[in-house]
Design a protein around this ligand. Sequence first.
Ligand code: COA
Length: 169
Amino acid sequence: MKNESFFVHESSYIDEGVFIGQGTKIWYFCHIQSGAKIGKNCVIGQNVNISNNVIIGDNVKIQNNVSLYEGVELEDGVFCGPSCVFTNDLTPRAEFPKGRENYKKTVVRRGASIGANATVVCGNEIGEYAMVAAGAVVTKNVEAYTLVAGVPAIPIAKVDNKGTIVERF
Ligand SMILES: CC(C)(COP(=O)(O)OP(=O)(O)OC[C@H]1O[C@@H](n2cnc3c(N)ncnc32)[C@H](O)[C@@H]1OP(=O)(O)O)[C@@H](O)C(=O)NCCC(=O)NCCS
């Protein structure tokens, strides 16, 4: 789908009732579900699923193979590394689905980055310009400008806006 203000590769599906901001590019094999809102100048890589009602700010980059489940919100300037994982149910059961009103929210604040293959357990907030190391499992809120790593993820450093490590713990 091409229109004057954004680009969607022909291999991707955009459901009814999706908002896509100006200058955003959605690449190969993506599915954007109804009610999702994607801001301006975002880049959505290959094989990305954005579920119902997910909110994404401006200038967000989402690398290949990321699923954003309902209840996830990404503020402006967030970076999601390849194959990072979000969740929305802490104790899921196939036979007893909790329903969308019980999904737990995950908010990633402005400018934060999630490393490749990291998992963000739902109900947590990742602070402004925080950074999650590759392969980490986030089980608690992450403070702004803090680098967390490991399983479970713990703070290991302070980072600045550009991602430079400015203090190691
Ligand atoms: C966490 C990270 C920022 C650390 O950077 P750094 O501190 O400059 O890395 P260093 O190589 O100096 O490692 C410092 C220590 O952290 C450890 N470490 C590095 N990356 C780690 C990770 N992802 N998880 C756990 N420990 C990690 C190192 O083993 C080292 O430990 P040691 O001091 O016991 O030897 C970086 O390794 C990382 O994971 N970046 C994310 C990359 C990514 O996913 N990019 C996605 C876009 S392609």
